[in-house]
Write a protein that binds this ligand. Structure first.
Ligand code: SF4
Length: 416
């Protein structure tokens, strides 16, 4: 894990300072936040309490968690039990996510359908089942995430947005894609990735938010997980780099004897505030995707209302909370004026200290690809790659605004 610590990119002071927690968890010098949450007992019979009581307890214990996290960061307290007290704060998060599933408000759609019964579906069209399309050591994420052995990326099926240009359309639009997973199988996938050397567990999709209940339950299993042969067989079915040889070493992901890995939330950030409150206790680093400006583009291209307000509110939350994160923005053709410029301006004004990856690799896909039978002429304006001029405009503007974008945006073609 020291090889991760000595990556040249950590010489960039902007990144080193902004991601210090993530880096320490990645190298097992600090426990992941879920380990801290698990050390906090909750004196309630969780399944018997009304939801309101559980939220009140979450609020109270979050203050306790933050004090403990702070002590941990300052090196005052750093021992957390492998066998946690029960029930604990992570059990409370698990119970709350199951309650939310019964009137689903995981994301801003607030569909209020009971996904545990599945008789009526919301915008994501999911009941309680979660499916994983594939998972592997991702070699293409930013260097701070892919490191030397890859980002441990788990791709969930389905989404709560409808991006016409989706670059993962096969996963996000086909809810039958992949394999159904139990929380234990999901935990085994995360365990395998980490013990094979991945630097983080990268929850992504589609969109991970719509699978909140399964993810929280899987994380709750991790600290004591000892996968059986049967668990590993079940988990290997959709491991797309299974044919590659990775040496599995238990010390890759251990902190004081229990499983350890930074949890990375790689999301469209269209989550609800209650979901954010749960994730705050579990995620060590966040990777929000900021796509659309404040106009009508989110509705026109993704059929998503309330986009700007929701995403900017959630970004402000994690910034106010002092979380480790970087932002991604994809330059889209004919959307520099309406999307790229207002987004970069907002970041410069609201959180100029946050590193941004401005990405130029957009290509027409899904309903925007003229070569595809799915193509719809209404998306003609984004049915091409961005021009060199558009890309140049975006980078120049970021430079004028003084954004911290160069380290993340320019490193992708360099070697490790
Ligand atoms: S996850 Fe979002 S889109 Fe899906 S049912 Fe819940 S609130 Fe609706």
């Amino acid at each position: 894990m020291n090889e991760f610590d000595t990556l040249w990119i950590w010489q960039e002071t902007d990144l080193r300072g902004r991601l210090s927690w993530y880096r320490q968890v990645a190298t097992n010098r600090m426990p992941a936040k879920f380990r801290i949450a698990q050390s906090i007992p909750i004196p309630l019979a969780l399944q018997e309490e009304p939801e309101e009581t559980l939220w009140k307890a979450l609020e109270e214990k979050t203050a306790h968690f933050l004090a403990l996290w702070d002590r941990c960061r300052r090196g005052v307290s750093n021992r957390f039990p492998v066998s946690p007290p029960r029930p604990n704060l992570l059990d409370l998060c698990r119970e709350l996510s199951l309650r939310m599933l019964q009137h689903c408000n995981f994301c801003r759609w607030h569909c209020r359908v009971d996904r545990s019964r599945g008789t009526k579906l919301g915008t994501c069209k999911l009941a309680d089942e979660s499916r994983v399309s594939s998972y592997f050591h991702h070699p293409g994420e930013e260097l701070i995430y892919r490191g030397r052995y890859g980002s441990g990326t788990i791709f969930f099926t389905s989404c709560n947005m409808r991006c016409a240009f989706c670059q993962n359309g096969d996963i996000s639009t086909d809810k039958e894609n992949g394999q159904p997973v139990s929380p234990r199988t999901l935990a085994t996938m995360a365990w395998l990735l980490r013990m094979e050397g991945c630097h983080n567990i990268n929850w992504v999709g589609g969109e991970p938010t719509i699978h909140l209940h399964t993810i929280v339950e899987a994380i709750a299993l991790l600290s004591e997980l000892q996968p059986t042969d049967e668990d590993i067989r079940a988990a290997l079915q959709v491991k797309s780099d299974y044919g590659l040889r990775f040496s599995l070493r238990r010390d890759h992901g251990l902190y004081h004897g229990g499983f350890n890995a930074p949890m990375l939330w790689n999301s469209n950030f269209f989550m609800s505030v209650p979901a954010m409150k749960i994730l705050r206790l579990l995620m060590d680093v966040w990777l929000p995707d900021f796509k659309f400006g404040p106009g009508e583009c989110a509705v026109a291209l993704s059929r998503t209302p309330w986009y700007w307000q929701t995403v900017t509110d959630n970004l402000k939350l994690i910034h106010d909370w002092g979380e480790d994160f970087t932002i991604r923005h994809l330059i889209m053709p004919n959307h520099v004026e309406c999307c790229t410029r207002p987004i970069l301006r907002w970041i410069a004004h609201t959180m100029p200290d946050v590193p941004v990856n401005i990405m130029d690799q957009y290509h027409p896909d899904n309903f925007c690809d003229p070569a595809s039978s799915k193509y719809r002429p209404q998306y003609a304006a984004i049915a091409r790659r961005p021009t060199a001029r558009e890309i140049d405009q975006a980078f120049r503007y970021a430079h004028e605004l003084g954004l911290r974008f160069a380290a993340l945006s320019y490193e992708t073609s360099t070697t490790l």
